[in-house]
Design a protein around this ligand. Structure first.
Ligand code: ATP
Length: 869
């Protein structure tokens, strides 16, 4: 439909354009709009605004302070001439900032909020700093809330205290509230109200612990930490990060410096919980601490501790606090840990606690260290909003009572014809089909119904009837009958669902709705690959778009890359716009979307190399999968100098697999099979779609490695068996009606619908934002066959020769895999480089599985050799 739509829309839009009155004007308007947008986004504009805000803050501060001393002299003049005072050049005022200073201060103090006016200086100050620094150093909304409260409270309070003073302590606002309040609840009432309001604010802000000391869960004692086992930084981060910082502080305050485990950590966000679990598995209780150098000072005020609990998404800016133990020996001179600075959880270290002599105290130094933030490169990246997607007209599931009754009667009658009586029948209306569940009368064998499946379907004379006898796990028989009025499941509804919004999945994909209208949302990382088949026009392309768009809604460009293979050339071309954000390609390639079979082979092999390189990295890091690896990397426990890097997930999407197999056969099948077998742990996942699910295309090897499969309507029962190992897909009704085989279950779903213009909007929105300088580069793959017979001489050295030589000499290790890892090269190219290095006398001859000798010992020697070459 999408394509059709596009086609049919084109002539219309042409017509429109030709009848447009003045295309040039429109273009200019658009250009102007773009320029204004750019100007607003420009960081220089922000800096200028910041300067203006700071200036206002300072100006107000001086004017107000001066007003405190000169108000009596100036008040008369401002009263007398009102705003005219500003234009009376011969009028002398005492305010340091002249007539404007006197006028503004009068307005703020006398007509406004009295001394609380200083809050405005603060407001402009924090706005100014945020604009200039370019990030939210201060949280504006939180501060505005406090400022509003402060304005009301201070002005009223000051007016109450200094009710008879001539100076406008509370301003007109304070006076008015005060007068009203005294009239309403009396003087004492107002005083009490003010005290309660003030205390409430303090409690809200600092959440004092009012517990009686004897009721404390455990008596205060020395900090029980394992003496010889410093906590790894990661564990510390996980513990500290998992705890809302307000709680941390409270725990400390309540104890006067002694640490208490917060009683519950239940209100932690889900993601945090998960991270904590992973970390606990890893965190070594023994030595092996990695020192994280203190990051440049981040002032503590930035953190505004309680805010961390309220606005967890903002934590990334300041980074969680890390606590690293530096001295663990029993110190003769006791040093007390400063109570406000150390937050710690003891749970994990309980075992070691017993070994610790009673009087030992640990000295910890809080360190502000930034965990590596992969999103920082594109930190202003905005996720697409749901408003870009459409709600489709007939989205509501229609329950037609007449239709239900008719079908029910027909089912009962038909079964009666075969002497099958039933006890009970119930119906569940789904978006496209209704499931009638039948409980047969006692004594009726289910196998009988199963054998009569085709006859019953024929008698019911409806298209797309599927009989499930029995429904697994239920002991009932299901008959699925297509609805006359089908409803569309819009992707928007699925993406807005709670299950999609709040989950802990690595690669969440919204697929569709089950018959009982439950949303089917799965984690591609767990599937771990997906095979899709369906005859032409049954919804495959829409299905692929659904999956891609759901991932785009959830993932940051630093976390996910797509490799898109589109032999049909038109299906995935929309995603070209997001090349610099989400696509991966081969070095030196123009197009990120691969349409040519030869290039597909190169890309698949490059992905295999990337997989091997990633496995090497995982091995070196001592981790088992990409999640653990990235976690360790984020904690800065892996050294980028040694080739470690943050690994984004890679999703390979092939839109027409049959076409590839027909043209390239084994050359495509082999790398796909390798990837499917091995790549899940390193975060490479495959989505493969095909029109022709025949056995020569979906071979045994492929099938065995794709446990999750989706079938749209196919043309024959054989095709259905090829893809799902069971019939049924031939009875689907098309238009996104699908069967999903996943986790050993077969579920009928209505695929979520997302139209091409919606995808276009999302892609444009992402594409318009600042991206990486180029697409994500896959390692280079050089076809051995292409290289055969090519003798190389030192004259036509590889362009990377010098860099490779330096890597080898710096590491004093003549290993091909070192070059592969460091320079992200394919095995072949790294091997060729090594041969050239041997020819140049930089490394020794090949020694089988051992690394070659490095003949050049210093970089200075190497430079000499390179100069002479
Ligand atoms: N989930 C859905 N809900 C409603 N209608 C759908 C859905 N999926 C597909 N359709 C309808 O079916 C038409 C064909 O879908 P689509 O283009 O995805 O088919 P296809 O299997 O990719 O075909 P081809 O293999 O020829 O590209 C769409 O234009 C749309 O009208």
């Amino acid at each position: 439909m999408s394509k059709n739509k596009l086609k049919s829309e084109k002539p219309e839009s042409k017509k429109l354009r030709s009848s447009a009155p003045d295309a040039n004007t429109l273009k200019k308007d658009k250009e102007a709009e773009v320029k204004v947008k750019e100007l607003v986004k420009d960081e220089r504009t922000h800096k200028v605004l910041g300067m203006i805000c700071l200036l206002l803050s300072v100006y107000f501060f001086i004017a107000f302070t001066s007003y405190l001393f000169t108000w009596q002299e100036d008040q008369d003049k401002v009263f007398r001439y009102s705003a005219d005072v500003l234009f009376m050049t011969d009028l002398k005022v005492d305010n340091l900032l002249g007539r404007l200073g006197a006028f503004v201060s009068h307005w703020f103090f006398y007509r406004g909020v009295g001394v609380a006016s200083y809050f405005f200086c603060y407001l402009f100050f924090i706005l100014g700093i945020n604009f200039i620094v370019g990030r939210r150093v201060f949280r504006i909304w939180r501060n505005i809330k406090h400022i509003l409260f402060g304005l009301l409270f201070i002005s009223t309070g000051m007016a109450f205290i200094a009710i008879h003073d001539g100076f406008p302590w509370g301003g007109a606002l304070g006076d008015a509230i005060n007068r009203w309040s005294i009239g309403f609840i009396g003087k004492t009432g107002t005083a009490l109200l003010l005290i309660v309001a003030g205390l409430s604010w303090l409690i809200w802000k600092f959440n004092f612990d009012f517990k009686w000391p004897e009721r404390k869960p455990r008596p205060p004692r020395a900090v029980p930490e394992p003496a010889p086992a410093p906590v790894s930084t990661a564990a510390a981060t996980a513990m500290v990060a998992a705890e809302p910082s307000a709680k941390r502080r409270n725990a400390l305050k309540g104890d006067g410096g002694v640490m208490v485990i917060p009683p519950n950590a239940d209100n932690e966000p889900e993601e945090d919980t998960d991270m904590q679990l992973v970390e606990r598995e890893q965190a070594p209780a023994g030595p092996g601490i990695t020192y994280i150098p203190p990051a440049p000072d981040i002032p503590l005020e930035e953190e505004e501790e309680p805010a961390a609990a309220e606005e967890p998404e903002e934590e990334e800016e300041a980074g969680p606090l890390l606590y690293i133990e530096e001295t663990v020996e029993p110190a003769p001179k006791k040093k007390r840990t400063p109570p406000e600075e150390v937050a710690f959880e003891i749970k994990e270290l309980k075992d070691a606690e017993e070994d610790l002599p009673e009087d030992v105290e640990l000295v910890r130094e809080p360190v502000h260290a930034d965990p590596y933030d992969p999103m920082l490169d594109l930190r202003d990246y905005q996720y697409p909003g749901l408003e870009m997607l459409e709600s489709h007209v007939n989205e509501k599931v229609v329950q037609d009572a007449g239709e239900l009754e008719k079908n029910k009667n027909q089912i009962i009658d038909t079964l009666k014809n075969y002497d099958i009586s039933i006890q009970k029948i119930s119906a569940t209306v789904g978006p496209t089909v209704t499931l009638y569940e039948i409980v047969p009368a006692a004594g009726v064998r289910i196998s009988r119904i199963k054998n009569l499946e085709d006859d019953i379907a024929l008698s019911l004379a409806a298209l797309g009837i599927r009989i499930i006898a029995p429904i697994p796990g239920k002991g009932t028989i299901g008959i699925e009958v297509p609805n006359v009025k089908k409803s569309i499941v819009s992707l928007k509804a699925l993406l807005a669902s709670e299950k999609f919004q709040h989950n802990n999945m690595d690669l969440p994909i919204a697929i569709g709705k089950k018959i009982d209208n439950e949303n089917f949302i799965a984690d591609l990382a767990k599937m771990p690959h997906l095979l899709m088949a369906g005859a032409t026009g049954q919804g495959k392309s829409v299905g692929i778009n659904t999956l891609l768009v759901s991932l785009l809604y959830k993932k940051h460009p630093s976390q996910l890359k797509f490799v898109l293979v589109d032999p049909k050339k038109v299906e995935l071309s929309l995603y070209k716009l997001i090349e610099k954000h989400f696509l991966a390609k081969l070095p030196g390639e123009e197009d990120a979307i691969i349409t040519d079979t030869k290039k597909v082979i190169h890309t698949l092999n490059a992905l295999c190399i990337e997989m091997d390189v990633r496995y090497d990295l995982l091995k070196e890091a001592g981790t088992r999968n990409i999640r653990e690896y990235n976690h360790k990397f984020v904690q800065r426990r892996l050294n980028p100098q040694k080739g470690h890097r943050y690994l984004p997930f890679i999703v390979l999407v092939i839109d027409e697999f049959a076409d590839l197999i027909m043209t390239a056969g084994k050359e495509v099948e082999m790398p796909i099979a390798r990837l499917a077998q091995l790549a899940r742990a390193v975060g490479i996942h495959l989505i493969i779609a095909t029109q022709r699910p025949s056995v020569n295309i979906i071979t045994g090897t492929i099938k065995a490695n794709f446990p999750a499969r989706i079938a749209f309507k196919v043309s024959s029962k054989i095709d259905s068996r090829t893809i799902l190992d069971i019939g049924g897909a031939e009875q689907l009704i098309g238009q996104g009606d699908m069967l999903v085989s996943f986790n050993g279950e077969l579920v009928r779903l209505q695929c979520a619908f997302v139209d091409t213009p919606e995808v276009e909007k999302v892609a444009e929105f992402i594409g318009d934002q600042r991206g990486y300088p180029e697409a994500f580069m896959l390692p280079e793959y050089v076809d051995e066959k292409e290289l055969e017979g090519k003798e190389f001489s030192l004259q036509d050295r590889d362009p990377l020769f010098e860099e490779a030589a330096r890597v080898i000499v710096q590491n004093q290790q003549g290993s091909t895999s070192l070059l592969q890892r460091r320079m992200k090269l394919g095995y072949n190219r790294a091997g060729r480089l090594m041969d050239q290095l041997e020819q140049a006398g930089i490394v020794g001859p090949n020694m089988g599985s051992k690394a070659r000798d490095v003949m050049v010992k210093t970089e200075a020697d190497l430079e000499e050799i390179l100069n002479t070459l």
